[in-house]
Ligand binder design. Structure first.
Ligand SMILES: Cc1cc2nc3c(=O)[nH]c(=O)nc-3n(C[C@H](O)[C@H](O)[C@H](O)COP(=O)(O)OP(=O)(O)OC[C@H]3O[C@@H](n4cnc5c(N)ncnc54)[C@H](O)[C@@H]3O)c2cc1C
Length: 389
């Protein structure tokens, strides 16, 4: 299996798509350009200057499925034609007002129902912090005294998560609970454990996300497994490395607690891969969703599936990458019969801008990622030119 097979990797991309991607990845390679773009975008948003005309044919086209669930339908179908499935991810970031919380909640419910009627969408997903005012969650996480209203808000937060998990259980759709900042994760861990205990009796419906850049997550994984065995349920695990490393390190330094993140990239890689090994060793009591663009971790999981003699399309195991990134990994794995899905973000242009800025920044700061994408895109453009000459 070769992830650098660009013919398979970009089989869905038109010439125009590739040209757009080449230009985009060339531009976001420069941290200074991304910084400037971030500044200009934030300024444009502040003064209500229209930005859609610049963003929609570039960043948006590369990384987003559409403004609404319905608009994503075409992309979902196109991906399905290549054996790649989708996870619809409502990615609007509209602050923590009651209105935006209600909207995120209703949108997630809608996506669960949509997934129930579409076999190209094996999971629903939500960000837990979209279901509560962040300031209240943070206060609770810090153990500060809460007013009656705030206590009710936290209770409502728990109810919303449970209600989404219940809806997913009812519809027979698996649901991923994303992981975010270290500070608030304990509260989310507790609710997720409770939800897994309630809804994962026969199969995994609720999936907990473990950020393996955290020093404590491998031990936590083993503890989760022990608890699940005692209580008799299946543990749904989504592994990621973790997206907030710089912020976490800065906060730990500022507030004087030990840095929760592995000291080196190598340690994070080992933690991720050992997590994969542990779950695959005990696959009869787990379901696994591996969210990574890392070559070695993807090769490793494929290898573990072969070694254990598990069918490649065993529904307990999925590989996943973000839409617009690492298509080479997704399409090559899918062409070999493994289960693959893309996180497919959707939201109106203005509201998805923070997500897009994060993608641009992530692609810039991740050593090698943009260079790799760009090289593969150029290789494919050259391959097609040669094939037509
Ligand atoms: C499908 C999918 C879903 C995702 N969902 C979430 C989510 O719910 N929550 C979330 O936080 N992130 C999520 N992410 C993002 C993810 O956490 C990573 O930021 C991103 O995928 C890059 O990691 P990688 O494994 O793909 O690749 P790699 O390029 O191999 O790894 C980069 C990652 O390694 C870690 N790292 C880098 N340098 C160091 C260092 N010096 N020391 C220690 N660690 C280091 C960081 O986590 C960095 O993001 C998701 C990603 C995917 C593909």
């Amino acid at each position: 299996m070769n992830f650098d097979n660009t013919k398979i990797a970009f089989s869905m991309k038109s010439k125009g798509d590739l040209r757009n991607a080449k230009l985009l990845f060339s531009v976001i390679q420069s941290p200074a350009t991304v910084k400037l773009f971030k500044y200009l975008t934030n300024f444009a948003l502040k003064i209500h200057f229209p930005v859609a005309w610049a963003v929609k044919p570039t960043l948006y086209r590369q990384f987003v499925g559409g403004e609404t669930i319905e608009e994503c339908g075409k992309t979902v179908q196109m991906l399905k034609n290549y054996n790649v499935k989708s996870v619809l991810d409502f990615s609007a970031e509209g602050g923590s007002s009651q209105k935006s919380i209600e909207r995120a909640y209703n949108e997630t419910l809608k996506s669960i129902k949509y997934a129930a009627n579409n076999n190209a969408i094996p999971y629903a997903v939500f960000k837990p912090t979209a279901m509560v005012r962040y300031a209240t969650l943070e206060k609770a996480a810090r153990g500060m005294e809460l007013s009656l209203e705030e206590t009710q808000e936290i209770e409502k937060f728990r109810e919303r998560i449970f209600s989404l998990c219940r809806a997913a259980w009812h519809e027979g759709v698996r649901i991923l609970i994303d992981a975010e900042h270290y500070l608030t994760q304990d509260i989310i861990d507790n609710i997720t454990e409770e939800a897994m205990e309630t809804f994962n009796k026969e199969r995994a419906i609720v999936f907990h996300t473990l950020q393996m850049y955290r020093k404590d997550r491998l031990e936590y994984l083993k503890k989760l497994h022990e608890i699940a065995n005692e209580k008799g349920y299946i543990t749904g695990i989504k592994f990621v490395r973790g997206a907030y490393m710089e912020e976490e390190r800065e906060l730990a330094l500022k507030e004087g607690y030990p840095d929760p993140i592995c000291a080196t990239k190598e340690a994070t890689d080992n933690s991720y891969d050992n997590g994969l090994r542990y779950v695959m060793e005990n696959i009869n009591s787990f379901e696994l969703f591996s969210g990574t663009h890392n070559y070695n971790s993807n090769y490793l999981l494929a290898q573990l599936i072969e070694e254990k003699g598990i069918k490649r399309d065993d529904q307990r195991i999925y590989f996943s990458q973000l839409y617009g990134m690492s298509d080479n990994i997704s399409f090559v794995l899918a062409s070999q019969g493994y289960n693959v899905c893309k996180y497919l973000p959707y939201a109106p242009v203005r509201e998805v801008l923070p997500y897009l800025l994060r993608r641009a920044e992530e692609n810039t700061s991740m050593a090698g990622q943009t260079g790799r994408e760009l090289k593969l895109i150029k290789d494919e453009i050259a391959r097609r030119a040669k094939a037509h000459s």
